[in-house]
Design a protein around this ligand. Structure first.
Ligand code: GLA
Length: 408
């Protein structure tokens, strides 16, 4: 019976092969559309800003538990991303193993998935990662398959040692050739990820080199870092935000400028600074990857990270990044168009004193608005009316963030 069945399958296959070769029409390939990822900026948590190299399996599980327990998951924080320092050594077959801090990656991924969350991982196109762990050079396909087997949903791919070890070695003093090598390295990993058939968010980390926003989507990038690293310091956060002005046209559903992970709740940032940082990232349609110590999160930090109104600005389905419309003294005014004709306005006092512009007067004209505008102050939750030339008081490094549903 079995042989007969096998034979008849073979005959059928032969018959269809013959039929195909007799017709002149090109053979059709069945293409399954790739599941769309990152249609709004990815939200989640990443280990680097708080743990750096100290991260372990236990910390990732605790982060997943806390995303659920704190309500952050319900607010949209879905990805639990392991950054650098999970990697061990490759075996004789080139298969990468995790290090002793991560005894079983598949079990860890299963645990994160069991909480209704997704899991991310980190590597790079060079021989080593930024912290000196094993990179993916010459093992791209093998690593991508491994991630897919583990059930990984997100890859952050960090350039680092690819610069000295490949770009500068293979193309010394030839900047253009170096950039081509870099783009090709990202395209190679994109191909490897796609070959797994698993929807995996692809996060490019190469610090904004070679106007990455212009070519990242062509190598499958869902998000791309636009600057060097963030740290929990207002001047750094403000400098990074300022560098995003002008990049708004490159953001759209599935493709986001990435001004780096959040520092909300880290270091010595004041409440105002944490609030302004989060507001700016929302105006920028930036990925919202918290980077704080979740098990020890203070209530006021949780309140910032889970402010639904602010998250709704970030996650707005129109997918248009905000623009810095004008600055007056040390006060910046940003606006972001939202779905349904709504608008968000953020006024940031980057100055070191209250009334930094003695005092600041809002210009609705410059925002293209006419007459008083009624909206919601997203940090007090109360209605607010903005009018032209209205004097505004903002504390040092604080923000006024307003949503106007029907701007005139
Ligand atoms: C680079 C990246 C950081 C982090 C570290 C890890 O500096 O920009 O976000 O991933 O590497 O080593």
């Amino acid at each position: 019976m079995r042989i007969v069945a096998l034979l008849s399958t073979a005959v059928l296959a032969l018959a269809s092969l013959t039929a195909a070769s007799q017709t002149s029409a090109p053979a059709k390939t069945l293409t399954v559309p790739r599941q769309l990822v990152a249609q709004t900026p990815p939200m989640g948590w990443n280990s680097w800003n708080f743990f750096a190299e100290r991260v372990s399996d236990k910390d990732i599980r605790a982060a997943a538990d806390q995303l659920v327990a704190t309500g952050m998951k319900d607010a949209g924080y879905i990805y639990v991303n392991i950054d650098d320092a999970w990697q061990g050594q490759r075996d004789a077959n080139g298969l990468l193993h995790s290090n002793a801090k991560f005894p079983d990656m598949k079990a860890l991924a299963d645990y994160v998935h069991s909480k209704g969350l997704k899991i991310g991982i980190y590597s790079g196109p060079g021989p080593k990662t930024c912290a000196g762990y094993e990179g993916s050079l010459d093992h791209e396909a093998q690593d991508a398959q491994l991630y897919a087997q583990w059930g990984i949903d997100y890859l952050k791919y960090d350039l680092c040692s690819f610069i000295p070890d490949v770009m500068e070695t293979k193309a010394p003093n030839d900047k253009a050739a170096q950039m081509r090598l870099m783009v090709a390295a990202y395209a190679k990993m994109d191909k490897a990820l796609k070959a797994t058939g698993r929807p995996i968010v692809f996060s490019l980390c190469q610090y904004g080199w070679d106007a990455v926003w212009e070519w990242a989507p062509s190598v499958g990038g869902n998000l791309w870092r636009t600057t060097g690293d963030i740290n929990p310091d207002w001047d750094r956060i403000y400098a990074i935000a300022s560098q995003q002005a002008g990049l708004e046209k490159y953001a759209s559903p599935g493709h986001w400028n990435d001004p780096d992970m959040l520092e909300v709740g880290n270091g010595k940032l004041t409440l105002e600074e944490n609030r302004a940082h989060f507001s700016l990232w929302a105006m920028l349609a930036a990925p919202l990857l918290a980077g704080n110590d979740l098990p020890n999160m203070k209530p006021e930090i949780k309140a910032i990270l889970t402010n639904r109104d602010v998250i709704a600005i970030d996650q707005d389905t129109l997918g248009k990044q905000g623009t810095r419309v004008y600055s007056e003294g040390e006060v910046d005014v940003w606006k972001r168009p939202l779905a349904g004709g709504a608008m968000a306005i953020a006024i940031i006092n980057a100055g070191d004193s209250r009334y930094s512009t003695h005092p600041f007067h809002l210009s609705l004209d410059q925002l293209g608005l006419h007459g008083p505008q009624t909206g919601k102050d997203l940090w007090t939750g109360k209605p607010i009316t903005l009018s032209n030339s209205q004097p505004l008081e903002l504390a040092r490094h604080d923000v006024l963030l307003v949503r106007i549903d029907a701007p005139k």
